[in-house]
Design a protein around this ligand. Sequence first.
Ligand code: URA
Length: 207
Amino acid sequence: MDHPLVAHKVSVLRDKTTPSPVFRQLTDELVTLLAYEATREVRTVEVEVETPVATTTGTAFAKPTPLVVPILRAGLGMLEGMTRLVPTAEVGFLGMARDEETLNIVTYAERLPADLTGRQVFVLDPMLATGGTLIEAIKFLFDRGADEVTCICLIAAPEGLQRLKDAHGGVERLHVVLASLDERLDEKAYIVPGLGDAGDRLYGLAH
Ligand code: URA
C-alpha cells in the first residue's frame, strides 16, 4: 500500500527503540488502513434503507460473512484493527509453527469452520518472510473450500512473496496486501531491514 500514513507508521514500527505498547498501537492502526484496501472487493448485496426522508438502496455484506483468520501468535496483534473495520466478520484461528527438526510447518492449533465453501477469508500475519507458514495456511483454507483468500501482512521479503507466487501463482482468488516490500531475507530468515521479531515486539520475549 503506497500511502504516506502507512509509510510513517511502518517507519516507527521499524525503530528498535519503539516500546511494545506503541508498537501494538501502531500495528492496530496500520491494520485498519490495510484492511480498508484489502476489503475493496468484499462481496456485498443491495439492501433497502429508509432514511428520515426517503427509501433508498444501501449496501450490506453478502452471506456467508467474511472470515478473519489471524495466524498465532503475531497475527493476534492484528485482529482488533481488522474486526474494528469489519465487526460482523467471523473469526477463526490457525496456530502454525516450524518443526525445528524436520523444518516442516506444523499446525498446532486450529479453530475454523469445517466447511469454508464460498467464504472470503482474510489471513492476518505481520511478517511474510520465507512464506512457509502462509503457503500452508492458504492451502489449508482452499482445501476447506474457501472461495477467496486475502493475506494482510505488514512487511514482506521478495523471496517469500516469490515462493507464495510459485506455490499458489495460478490461483486468481489469492491477494496479498502489504505495508512494505523490503529488500531481502538474511541468513536467519529475518526480513531486512524489517522490524525484528514481530511476536517479540508485540508481546515480549515469552515463547
Ligand atoms: N518473522 C518475524 O517476526 N520477523 C522477521 O523478520 C521474519 C519472520
